[in-house]
Write a protein that binds this ligand. Sequence first.
Ligand code: SF4
Length: 331
Amino acid sequence: MSRTLRTAQDLAEAGLISPDAVPGLEAVQVRYSVAVTPAMAALITQQGAPIARQYLPDAAELITAAHELDDPTADAPFTPIKGVVHRYPDRALLKPLLACPVYCRFCFRREAVGPDGGLLSEAELEAALDWFAATPAVREVILTGGDPLMLSPRRLGGILRRLDAMPHIETLRIHSRVPVADPALVTPALLAALATEKPLYLCVHANHATEFTPGASMVLRALHRVGVVLLGQSVLLAGVNDSEPAMEALFRAMLRHRVKPYYLHQLDPAPGTARFHVPEERGLELMRGLRGRVTGLAWPTYVQEQAEGAGKIPLGMAGMRGGAGQAREGR
Ligand code: SF4
């Protein structure tokens, strides 16, 4: 299979879902984008549920629970200019596009992301970069989206060069699913675009050890060789990684691929994602299970987004010492 699958019909023709399921999923694909890359289609065939659940649409996505929100991280009130989110004093997000290589069924931005969505025009991008140039308190720029590694190397390189040249910007960060979900996009031209003067951290989104395929392994090594610092971020997901063996295997796989586990996210309450929810107490239990047995290099910070855009809080430092109940600490 050589193309990304974008409809329920495509998925049925590829043998990833039953043809009988197609009519029931057509309403889902109208509401939430679908994309399964050749690499992930092959992995679903090999590994089954832990990968399939992340990418294959499900009729349950059309059921929105009472607590679920369209914009669970509440970016909108912190948007000074299109494409920028400024929530913390020393860092800000730049979202140059809203397209992704795959569309994760649990995505917290699922109401916004899609293949046609959110590419900043040249003028909008210029205005966003001008905002960064005029905001000296911001020392770190976090490129996210969507997935910034979906940009052409020329466009991404142009953005990075501009940010690299701003004296007050000290670090650059990109959040991406591309190295695991579509490693073929990491071309020599893209690697050249990522060779910045200032430190560049690439936060790789992966939720299951088997996502570190030989293709992913090759591009992670190549990224490391051009000086990119690799971090890992994962979401705690029912049926994907909510067991001690799965969690341990995931973080050990990251370390073997030069990726330092950075964040484990509690699921954000995006619409139609209830089937992925794992209670916080269970997450704390899993994290406690790693302590002592698994190298500290493999421990990410377990975090949750607070309501109304108040940012992330780490979960469970108190819970590590005692009961899982009173588990939160502010930062
Ligand atoms: S790659 Fe990231 S932004 Fe895109 S659908 Fe998946 S979780 Fe959402």
